[in-house]
Design a protein around this ligand. Structure first.
Ligand SMILES: [Zn+2]
Length: 128
């Protein structure tokens, strides 16, 4: 079995963990929109830096930290799912659709927890 080394998302660079999360132009666009949604004034960073940021700055039980971690986890899950859908089914979604789906997922899962509802009311929008 031959494996295509090129990233199925952007089709321009070789695939690796650090490329997929988030040096890839496609996954970086999705994470950048989610960062904008969360009011984080920064761009997507390399995998190791994103992990360090999540562990050091978003590790608490506050609503902002909880939603941040949910958004990051959900983004990773959706990008992996998108990659597999392109590879195995040849289907590709628009970046804006992926962003909306992730936001809906985080939003509705978050609404199940009472302590998150006030913060989520401020996140009841899609980033432009
Ligand atoms: Zn890529």
């Amino acid at each position: 079995m031959s494996v295509n080394p090129v990233c199925p998302l952007c089709e321009s660079e070789n695939e690796s963990i650090s490329h997929l999360f988030f040096q890839c132009s496609v996954s970086a666009s999705v994470w950048n929109k989610l960062l904008q949604w969360l009011g984080q004034r920064r761009q997507a960073k390399a995998w190791e830096e994103e992990l360090t940021l999540a562990v050091n700055h978003h590790n608490g039980n506050s609503a902002t930290s909880t939603i941040y971690r949910m958004a990051l986890t959900c983004c990773i899950y959706y990008m992996w799912q998108e990659r597999n859908q392109i590879v195995f089914q040849g289907k590709r979604r628009e970046i804006s659709n992926l962003v909306k789906r992730i936001i809906q997922d985080v939003y509705f899962r978050g609404c199940l927890k009472v302590k998150l509802t006030n913060y989520l009311m401020m996140l009841n929008y899609y980033p432009s």
